[in-house]
Design a protein around this ligand. Structure first.
Ligand code: ATR
Length: 268
């Protein structure tokens, strides 16, 4: 469920998995107007849905609607996945943080959040899941940079952990000595300008990642690649968040295979 929703790659992802596991069913994009989220979610049990994912702008609003919210969704302040119980109750969770961590580990299995300072750019919905993920994975220093400082302050307050808010104008300095850089803003996404960030102060061995996955390689990742930094693309986060969703909807453990990745990459 989203508004808009037709850009979503989730139908292609879950249709692939349904076919692979021989399940009779469908994953459909549901364009739900913001004011009608509650009616739409409450219709799920009657329509025999196992659950749904939520995307912009419904993730926060769903917090007031579902019957149960787990710790991750509560800490992040947003629900990415809803499961319909046998009794028709709706439980909400957030699998974005898990998807991000697993997406990094798929590429760098030895990655650790406590390897050094982590710079997170952006303080929107995506950033909340990322900062939560880094805190949960044991990060010792997170430098949070956002154009609007107040939003970063609020995020740091809500999530807690070793987060230091850095002014937008000091974003270059924040890169000094960093072990990891994560873009969570919409900058670099198709149709948007690249992220305005000079990588010169960033150590050459710092891991650079982007949660934007259209295009697959953002200008930030291209720039990082050119100077020899290791990089992680954004698609892994989308692919891996499907794993806990399948576990809670169907009790099935799915994996992110090269075929699945190639199928979704072909749609980007
Ligand atoms: P999402 O839920 O996808 O994270 P969002 O909540 O709208 O989307 O957040 C978008 C993020 O991109 C924010 O951190 C935003 O910064 P502000 O809080 O200052 O708005 C950031 N962003 C958007 N346009 C930007 C720009 N031109 N330069 C820098 N940051 C930008």
């Amino acid at each position: 469920m989203g508004w808009p929703v037709m850009h979503s790659r989730s139908p292609a992802l879950h249709e692939f998995l349904l076919k692979q596991h021989g399940l009779y069913g469908a994953y459909v994009p549901l364009a739900i107007e913001p004011g009608r989220l509650e009616a739409a979610l409450r219709a799920l049990p009657a329509l025999c849905f196992a659950g749904c994912n939520l995307t912009i702008p419904h993730k926060e609003a769903a917090m007031e609607i579902v019957d149960e919210i787990d710790d991750a969704a509560r800490a992040i302040g947003a629900i990415s996945c809803v499961t319909v119980g046998d009794d028709g109750r709706l439980s909400g969770t957030n699998n974005d943080w898990f998807g991000y961590v697993e997406g990094v580990l798929e590429v760098y299995p030895d990655w650790r959040a406590d390897a050094g300072p982590i710079v997170v750019i952006g303080a929107g919905g995506g950033s909340r899941a990322i900062v939560y993920a880094m805190v949960r994975q044991g990060a010792r220093e997170i430098r949070l940079v956002n154009r609007t400082r107040d939003r970063a302050e609020a995020l740091a307050h809500d999530i807690g952990g070793p987060v230091t808010v850095v002014d937008w104008d000091a974003r270059g300095d924040a890169l000094e000595g960093a072990a990891m850089l994560i873009n969570t803003t919409s900058q670099g996404m198709v149709g948007n300008p690249p992220l305005d960030l000079d990588l010169a102060p960033l150590p050459k061995d710092a891991l650079v990642s982007d949660i934007v996955y259209v295009p697959a390689e953002t200008p930030l990742l291209e720039a990082a690649d050119r100077r020899g930094n290791p990089t992680v693309r954004g698609l892994g986060m989308l692919l891996h968040q499907a794993r806990p969703a399948w576990r809670s909807w169907f009790g099935i453990d799915v994996s992110v295979t090269p075929e699945l990745r190639a199928t979704i990459e072909a749609t980007l």
